[in-house]
Design a protein around this ligand. Sequence first.
Ligand code: F6P
Length: 552
Amino acid sequence: MASSALICDTEQWKGLQAHVGEIQKTHLRHLMHDVERCKAMTAEYEGIYLDYSRQRATGETMEKLFKLAEAAKLKEKIEKMFRGDKINSTENRSVLHVALRAPRDEVINSNGVNVVPEVWGVKDKIKQFSETFRSGSWVGATGKALTNVVSVGIGGSFLGPLFVHAALQTDPEAAESAKGRQLKFLANVDPVDVARSIKDLDPETTLVVVVSKTFTTAETMLNARTLKEWIVSSLGPDAVAKHMIAVSTNLELVEKFGIDPKNAFAFWDWVGGRYSVCSAVGVLPLSLQYGFPIVQKFLEGAASIDKHFRSSSFEKNIPVLLGLLSVWNVSFLGYPARAILPYSQALEKFAPHIQQLSMESNGKGVSIDGVQLPFESGEIDFGEPGTNGQHSFYQLIHQGRVIPCDFIGVVKSQQPVYLKGEIVSNHDELMSNFFAQPDALAYGKTPEQLHSEKVPEHLIPHKTFQGNRPSLSLLLPSLSAYEIGQLLAIYEHRIAVQGFLWGINSFDQWGVELGKSLASQVRKSLHASRVEGKPVLGFNSSTTSLLTRYLA
Ligand code: F6P
């Protein structure tokens, strides 16, 4: 395939399109009878077990998908990423989030320079700083030790760290390590979020970490100035040196803002915002809360998946299998959405993180060479932990639209699970649903079954479940920092696989720019009206009316 050609013009793509007709003749109810098929549609790595037998796919589908991967040069693209080639071509950047969790002795080059020592330089600095901070030797302006951290950032500078924090806080080892401390996040520029983030906090015992790759993001900078004012008005201007630190690629702007460069933690332009949780963006606030050793385990988990992703054959490669199946669902079976359903409350912030990771990466309209795509890339990701979601949107998934589901379960709960007198523990109750839902979706319930149950005739259509609704099950042995890192990396790589197959650039995000520049015009107009009493000018009639009403 020539480098500028589109994947949809290949024989392999067309072969899959033709194969859809075959699959349309099947039903999961019957496919699931084939024990050999079910056994073959599994993969395992370090105790993580993937079962994709409830996908609308056969062995032949998988063969065809592997051929598509070959046509898309998937292996070469993965290698290019790990080698530090500038695969983010529209920004002329390498894509090296894998270097953030690489062992100290690994060599990964960007621009001919091994980046691993720099990465470890920052990690060593975080380790040292977090130890000083957590030991109480780092004191605030009034001589008190700081026990609270507010991490100010948005998008990739927020969602990944929030997901990991939410997942770690109920892990016994991490919880023990975080005793007596608080980590809060401030993302939204909404004053309500400001109020929530500092509610019950005293500036005297609070450290603010400003996290921004660019250090120019309007919301983050306004929130940072707001919290600076909160500190200064209570403790005086000198307090900033002890109460504010930063994470950024733009250390000049950090200094200009008034944060001591000694208290700034760097990362690099080859780390995409939404892929930055393993940089100081996540590692710093999480180390302040849980200690560096726990965060290092999280990084090691992610690194273990990097190794698996780079070296395992596609047939046994969990992120590759997941990526191929998503492309099959979106581009061939025509399912535009995907539900992320962790049966784990600790993973409550996983779906919001994946929303950004996936939709900002793969929601593109042109190929990496700028050619308009004649097919739609990306998918709509959403989700909630089970069983909560079952009492919310599952009705639609069972009897309304077909939405491929990712069921994520954990064998060993983070928490003790007994409640005497019940027939199963809370965790078994949770997991009963994890095991039942995929079969309910796959098999459904036929009118014949309902008749045999003597269901009244008029209710038969309402109680019928067509079934044949695809899902996959990902079962993790437990949910410690290590597995949280593994889960993150599985999804990061899956999303990259999808982008590599579609032939798009999953690492830029030009689509967020237009809204930002229009907001800047509105901001200027609001200022001119409020401060100088000028009329609202330069907008269409609808926006003018809305603005006028707002200002009135
Ligand atoms: O608006 C999108 C985005 O550019 C994300 O990609 C990024 O993670 C987020 O904004 C925040 O950017 P920054 O870290 O530069 O403040």
